[in-house]
Design a protein around this ligand. Structure first.
Ligand code: NAD
Length: 337
């Protein structure tokens, strides 16, 4: 059993912990937090060993009546792999800790690309992370674009990708984020950072991305145009996408008109936290004009990177190849509708 430690138990960390626990070949050795709050209490209630991320603040857990299993260093030492799910920039600061104990580490998309030896997406470049010491699992938006681009490149060849990303202002729990009543070109100048980030997965890809931010917390929405090297018809492309395990092509009959209904659907289906691990592509939107493919996809920012982290654990430990890992992860989590 692979022993996995999770440093940073917030939006991403708590989801990764639950996903790791669900795997047949992995155990959560512990989770580390900086301060006692409802998530720290929840971790203990869920049966995770809780470690203090900052030694000077360990007393605060005692004061709050939350039992600690030790300090983060001990967790890192016990782990075969650490998933760092700390806020952007903190992962890079933690790198020396992981090196000290010679524990391979995964970082999240908020870190700059050079934190890792490789940027990772299970569908596109699983093998590149084999045996790596530091791996960055790319952001929610880059994950969503990479999963879509990989099969299109393989099947038809891609001349150029143009994507407009309408981004949620913040996650549901991020009370300090906005805008509250505005529509922001973000960034105003082109390109947004997403295009260059996708190139960490496909270095030779031609891609331009634009970003906006809107007053929403549910999901991101991508308006995508891919110029293909051939001219398949829309039905053929749709079938290709339907056969991808982490792409959910939303059928017309479901009458889902936006992110709100998608989230409602996920909750109705009993998904933990209402999570949607798959890209959600509107079937009706999949259109071809000559060699240009157009579609809309919604990306659940809080959860699409979760199965990717699980696969990256197997990649760095050489525990499975891409197909085996993705299948195991999907089965254990119940990915696919
Ligand atoms: P978050 O703020 O919800 O969680 C981070 C957790 O780490 C918090 O509990 C915080 O208290 C804790 N923390 C802070 N400093 C720490 C330290 N030194 N040691 C241990 N824990 C520490 O953040 P998040 O949304 O889970 O984001 C984590 C990473 O995942 C970021 O790189 C982010 O860019 C990336 N990411 C976030 C999303 C998203 O939409 N939330 C999607 C994809 C990737």
């Amino acid at each position: 059993m692979l022993q996995v430690g999770i440093n940073g138990y917030g939006t991403i960390g708590k989801r990764v912990a639950d996903a790791v626990r669900a795997q047949p070949d992995m155990e959560v050795v512990g989770v580390a937090k900086t301060r006692p709050n409802f998530e720290a209490e929840g971790a203990v209630e869920n049966g995770y060993s809780l470690y203090a991320a900052v030694e000077e603040r360990a007393e605060r857990f005692d004061d709050a009546g939350i039992e600690l299993a030790g300090m983060v260093d001990e967790m890192v030492e016990r782990a075969d792999v650490v998933v760092d799910a700390c806020p952007s920039g903190i992962g890079a600061e933690n790198k020396s800790l992981y090196d000290e104990y010679d524990t391979p580490a995964l970082y999240q998309g908020g870190e700059s690309a050079d934190v890792g030896d490789v940027s990772f997406n299970a569908r596109a470049n699983f093998e590149d992370a084999a045996g790596a010491r530091h791996v960055r699992v790319v952001s929610c938006n880059t994950t969503g674009l990479s999963r879509l681009i990989a099969p299109l490149r393989e099947e038809y060849g891609v001349e150029k990708v143009r994507a407009t990303l309408v981004r949620r202002g913040g996650d549901p729990a991020q009370t300090g984020r906005g805008p509250i009543n505005d529509i922001l070109p973000n960034p105003i100048s082109l390109p947004s950072h997403h295009g260059p980030d996708v190139k960490t997965i496909f270095p030779d890809l031609a891609i331009d991305t634009l970003g906006l931010k809107v007053p929403a917390t549910l999901m991101h929405m991508h308006s995508v145009n891919v110029s293909l090297e051939t001219e398949p018809d829309a039905e053929e492309v749709r079938e290709l996408l339907e056969n991808e395990s982490r792409l959910f092509v939303v059928p017309e009959r479901m009458n889902v008109d936006g992110a709100g209904k998608l989230k409602e659907f996920a909750m109705d289906r009993g998904r933990p936290r209402g999570d949607l691990w798959e890209n959600c592509i509107w079937g009706e939107s999949v259109s071809m004009e000559d060699n240009d493919l157009y579609l809309f996809q919604a990306i659940h920012q809080e959860s699409d990177v979760v199965p990717e982290n699980v696969d990256a654990i197997r990649a760095v430990t050489n525990a499975a190849d891409a197909r085996e890992s993705v299948e195991t992860t999907n089965d254990a989590l119940g990915i696919g509708f």
